[in-house]
Ligand binder design. Sequence first.
Ligand code: URP
Ligand code: ZN
Ligand code: ZN
Length: 456
Amino acid sequence: MDLLIKNGAIVTAETTFKADIAVDNGKIVLIGTALTVPAKKVVDATGLLVLPGAIDVHTHLQMAFGGTVSSDSYLSGTRAAACGGVTTVFDYAMQRKGHGIVETVKTRQEMCDPNACVDYAFHCCITDLNEDTLLDEFEAAADYGITSFKCFFVYKKEGMMVDDATFIKVLLKAKEVGCMTNLHAENPDVIDMNIANFLKEGKTSAWYHYLSRPEFVEAEADKRAVHWAKSVDAPLYIVHMADKEGLEAAVAAKRAGAPIHIETCPQYLEFTCDVYKREDGRNFVCSPPMKGQESQDALWKAVADGSIDTVATDHCPFMSYEKDWGKDDFTKIPNGCAGIENLYPYMLSAANEGKISFERAVELCSTNPARIFGCADKGSLTVGKDADIVLYDPKKPFTISVKNMHSDYDHTIWEGKTVKGYPVQTYMRGKLVYKDGEFVGEPGYGEFVKRIPAKK
Ligand code: URP
Ligand code: ZN
Ligand code: ZN
């Protein structure tokens, strides 16, 4: 055996139990009590939790956006992921006008592959649905291992928005080839109207970012998307859910049997729209914006009761000087915040504090993402799966600061946040990539995860 992890408490989405794990050739080969198999390396995990690596299914690494490029590269973003216990990253590859899906993903794959410190996959954002060519390509994309496509109801001037008809075509085609449609849901026309009015009135602080896209602006789009998904009976995954009304509509549809999946992000669980009143409010500008307390309470309830399926980060950091472009005009602030290294520690800390169980944290951050997005080898500590393993010390206190993160940004919205417990080691297919605050992996070790469509 290559590795034997002894005396830890293994956490799955269902239960926690004391056992040892043996790893060979990157795979979990044995789980049992008091294993005595010879191993090249033996790790004593007494007092530690042994968890499956998290899967962050929502990142934007080196993404051209907001007049610049997000500040984490494939190297620094995946390095930070490893240090936060994330062993698989799903990045969004953005289709440019006239380009194909596989071509779009291969271009990003070439950028990512030599740099990836953890395993990676791509969702492809559909921005130009040419019916003669692109719709026919969905099947080839699925065969290539790209089993999820994303639509944006917003970002009109950026050329990313799709209309309802295009969205329905994507829903139907994705369903036909056993794939998932992801959606960013906000109402673009109301946002644009609000922005125009605020600018005319000289209301330009970060607070007006929130007021231009408040709860009902997201809720309308959530409800519209749920309506279309239900009507055509096609799988839908709503990304970064942040508002109560939209959440309730999606949960109700789910309970009635519609194939709807809901993601939220740690920033919506931690911060409310009040952050936009702060002097540094621009640093918190992301879309959708943080909402009011009622929405946050509803999100936590849905996280705890199983209505929300996944928690992912929407990691899209920008440098302070870029955020400063919007000091006097919120429309000039590049949208997005950091989070890739904070996801698992934050959700596990919530478990440690009793808000949810450790099993639920594992389900939200690893097991459900693997199941929903077709990662057959990931998402749980089970014989035969990849040995993507995190050792977590529930007693270790940790205060997040830009100084102890492993990204390439110069500030974080999580500065000063104290979490209870912290990852102490991360193994990526059996190889140690993070230990006690240090990245010890190797750029390029991460591999493309070829996913399996639901129908195959
Ligand atoms: O503000 C955000 N979320 N930036 C990244 C792009 C997106 O909408 O997910
Ligand atoms: Zn989005
Ligand atoms: Zn996003």
